[in-house]
Design a protein around this ligand. Sequence first.
Ligand code: VAH
Length: 312
Amino acid sequence: KILVTGARGQIGSELVTKLRSIYGVANVVSTDIRYSEEESEKGPFEVVDVTDEKRIYEVAKDYQVDTIMHLAALLSATAEKMPKVAWDINMGGLVNALEVSRELNLQFFTPSSIGAFGPTTPKDSTPQDTLQRPTTMYGVNKVAGELLCDYYFERYGVDTRGVRFPGLISYVAPPGGGTTDYAVEIYYEAIKQKAYTSYIAEGTYMDMMFMPDALDAIVQLMEADPTKLVHRNAFNISAISAEPMDFAKAIQKHIPEFQLTFDVDPVRQKIADSWPNSIDSSAAEAEWGFKAKYDIDNMTKEMLEKVEEKLK
Ligand code: VAH
């Protein structure tokens, strides 16, 4: 049985659906800070504010879960707007969820991000083990989070596992306040206006991944043989290293008249410039068989089809 925090977020909303299709509806408790009629009709749902440790404990105990997948967090751009609030939620929520996992001996997953790297990290094919001095509050939270999860594994034996996600592209729930959100918005605008103005500058490479690959990676890592894991928090995984023009070219194969223009947002550009251009996934491939299925072309085909359907 799995407790998911942040279940109404960009990852959470699709992860809950996937987990329920694998493990059964009754075996996945979705939780979020706000009540949702829709969520509670789909399966077990509870209101949980992750800054309230007792509440996490109560739900984990009542439902007798054996795993927590902790997704509740503020993303990079939002965190830069309210750094102290981001610290309280991202670190306070994480340590609360880890404490409950220790007390109830639960398996534990939480995502890190390419945002855990900084401007002094090698930018191309960023290694699994390298210098991590991020210059954003989100990045500080992610590096501290990786170290905290490894600590709970080494010190208390909590089976903690994590991946460093690239920018995730999806069509179910919109991303909230990320730096890579342009790569989702561009598909919606391509359908609506056949044009998009990117707040990230031409030539800015970042790692990206289609949500189905991200969800498969979570399940695969959590089911992996623990004796084979050399690393735990958190594995580099990537699928696509792309800049805005790469998305435009992929879209133009389906919508030839699509136009991409630029109006750079200095805040999010500064964040993007501090992140790698591409990261190396070889540790994940070697230790638990990670393999992405989507490249920018098959992702673009599916995104345009699904977004068009959604906007009908
Ligand atoms: C963000 N989508 O932009 C998230 C993610 C790598 C990017 O961490 O903050």
